[in-house]
Every structure is written in C-alpha cells, then in structure tokens.
Design a protein around this ligand. Structure first.
Ligand SMILES: Cc1cc2nc3c(=O)[nH]c(=O)nc-3n(C[C@H](O)[C@H](O)[C@H](O)COP(=O)(O)OP(=O)(O)OC[C@H]3O[C@@H](n4cnc5c(N)ncnc54)[C@H](O)[C@@H]3O)c2cc1C
Length: 311
C-alpha cells in the first residue's frame, strides 16, 4: 500500500501506510510540497503519525498528527470509515496520538505545505565543547518562538572510549547559518555536515546513524526544560554507559529534543490532539536513550543500563 496522491487543489496528499517517510518526501518533491512527518528515511508513516510525530517543521505546524485532514480506518467490526473533524470526530481525535488502539488506518489524508530546499545536517563535538553545546541547546529551545523555521536534535554518544556530542540542526528554508543558530555555530566542530539539501536527503543522511541488523532498545521520558537538568542527564548517561562499554558493537546514545512552546501551541489545531499537553506545559525536554548492540548475551546489562539512566 504505497500510493501517494495529491488532491485536486494540492492542499492534501492521500498517503497509504506502506510508505516510509523517504517515499513520501521524495514523491512530493517534484511538486515543491511536503507533509509533516518523520525525520529519518526508513521510518513508516503509520506508527509515527498515530503516535504524534515530531517533524523538522513542528514548531511551525505542530506534530504529524496535528496535520491530518482525515483517516480511512478499518474498525474491529470490519467497517471501513472515514474519521475527520466532521465525521466520527471522537475517533479522529483519538487517532491523533492514540497509536494502534482504535483500528487499522489504510489511508492518511495529510495537509501539504510548500517546501523546496532546506538547510541542515549534523555537527560533531568533543567533550571540551559539551557545556557550550548544552547551553546552545537550552537557549535554542527557549528562543524557538523567535524563529519557528529552526529545529534541533542533540545527541551524546560513547564510542571507542570517546565521548561525542552531535548537534543535528535544520532550517526549513534554503538559508545557511540562520542567526537563530549563531550560538551553536560558534562552537568548534570536528565535523560539519550542514548544507542546503532536499528534505528527503536530510532524512537519508540521518538514517546512516541507524543501521539495521543490530539489537536495539529505546527509552524515553519528558521533563520541564531546564539547563542544569539537561547537563545532569548527560552526566548520568556517560556515568552509566561505562558498564556496557565493552559489549560487542555497542552504540549507546542519549538524544535530547525540545518540545517547544510553538509546537505545543499547534496541538490545538483541529480541536486538539490526544497527547494531553498544552502550551502552558512547555517548553519540555524530551530525553531518550537508544542503544544498539550485537550479542544477545549482553541483553540484560544493556537494558539495565538504560533503566538506570531514567530510574
Ligand atoms: C531511527 C528512528 C527514528 C525515528 N524518528 C522519529 C521522528 O523523527 N519523529 C518521531 O515522532 N518519531 C520518530 N521515531 C519513533 C517512531 O515514530 C516510532 O518508532 C513509530 O512507532 C514508527 O512507526 P512505524 O510505522 O515505522 O513502525 P511500526 O513498528 O510498523 O508501527 C508502530 C506501531 O504503530 C502501529 N501501526 C503502524 N501502522 C499502522 C496503521 N496503518 N494503522 C494502525 N496502527 C498502525 C503498529 O501496530 C505498531 O504498534 C523514530 C524511531 C526510530 C527507530
């Protein structure tokens, strides 16, 4: 089920759930259009949209679920219905954040946005820059209302006895080094992959750090955004990962994101979503650990390490 079809007035695209986000963005590229969806090429439309869906464009437009005009759903009874603000409105609300609990979605009618080239990529930093990187992350999170075209993901990783930070920066327009990023861009980087590129290309580049074929675990929690707590989270992560540093092919990472006030403001679109957050709750720090490793024998200690970061 990989069909992608624009409506006559181009305001929505009807997307079947067999598509990955790469398929969707690449398919809409010739039209200079995009939809609000995932940031990694191999991720699917279904789970991300039904679970919420953070996009590079979420400060401007909200999460993926905030930009769904309607869903075609197969219910447990076998009935095929359309859920929209005007038809089965309670189901429409529930599907926007409610995951797979309500039926199988066979078509997502997603609102389109004008989208040509954009700017983005990742910058790699060593430990001496960690304090500056945490400050830049916090300040960009707080300053998000000043420029909703900006997006960030900050990751800390441990590999070959070395601690790294990777700042993934995106700007929805084809403008390099926009002033909202000036604090980040003043921090020395040992590698800089930022450039003007297509949305599909940005998602492919991020996918390279998520190889298939390994064991994986993801853990997540949200907190009020606070500078000292952000730094503390990073310190706890680096302290705990030492226990698994010798596991075969291990790749532990801590990924930090901000659920910005403009994102939360957009949660009110179409009568509100089911995620249970409002503008007054923000900004929030979304903190997640993700670890890949090779050997089943290491399962228990890898899971224990991830658990200890959060508990
Ligand atoms: C590398 C990586 C990058 C990610 N990047 C982002 C990101 O940028 N933004 C973000 O918000 N999240 C991101 N995520 C999290 C992602 O949104 C979730 O993992 C999501 O569940 C993936 O959906 P899927 O359809 O690919 O996966 P699946 O495992 O196929 O589905 C996940 C769940 O959704 C249900 N589901 C899937 N399709 C349907 C359908 N059509 N109808 C009913 N139920 C369905 C499945 O039953 C399952 O319970 C990322 C995850 C990974 C691993």
């Amino acid at each position: 089920m990989k069909n992608i079809e624009l409506s006559e007035n181009r305001a929505t695209a009807s997307i079947e759930p067999g598509n990955t986000w790469y398929d969707v963005y690449h398919g809409l590229e010739p039209e200079n259009l995009a939809v609000i969806g995932g940031r990694v090429s191999a991720i699917g439309v279904g789970g991300l949209t039904l679970g919420g869906g953070i996009s590079f464009f979420s400060s401007e437009y909200g999460f993926a679920c905030d930009n769904v005009a309607s869903f075609e759903v197969v219910m447990a009874s076998g009935a095929i219905i359309t859920a929209s603000p005007n038809s089965h409105a309670d189901l429409y609300w529930s599907l926007r954040g409610g995951g797979n609990n309500f039926g199988i979605v066979t078509k997502f009618e997603l609102e389109t946005i004008p989208q040509g080239l954009m700017w983005g990529g990742s910058r790699l930093h060593l430990e001496a820059q960690f304090a500056a990187v945490v400050d830049a992350f916090y300040n960009l999170g707080i300053n998000s209302p000043k420029d909703v075209a900006a997006a960030q993901i900050l990751s800390f990783a441990y590999a070959q006895n070395t601690r790294f930070a990777s700042s993934e920066l995106e700007y929805s327009k084809p403008i390099a080094n926009a002033s909202i990023f000036s604090e980040y861009l003043a921090i020395p980087a040992i590698q800089d992959g930022t450039m003007i590129r297509t949305l599909a290309n940005v998602t492919l580049q991020i996918n390279t750090s998520n190889p298939n074929g390994l064991r994986e675990t993801y853990w997540v929690a949200a907190f009020k955004l606070d500078r000292d707590f952000t730094a503390f989270t990073k310190d706890v992560f680096f302290e705990e990962v030492l226990a698994i540093a010798d596991a075969a092919a291990v790749m532990p990472a801590l990924t930090l994101q901000v659920i910005t006030v403009p994102m939360l403001r957009n949660f009110a679109k179409h009568g509100g979503n089911a995620l249970g957050l409002s503008e007054e709750d923000g900004p929030l720090l979304l903190s997640s650990t993700n670890t890949m490793w090779a050997d089943e024998a290491d399962d228990e200690r890898v899971l224990g390490t991830n658990r200890r970061v959060f508990i």
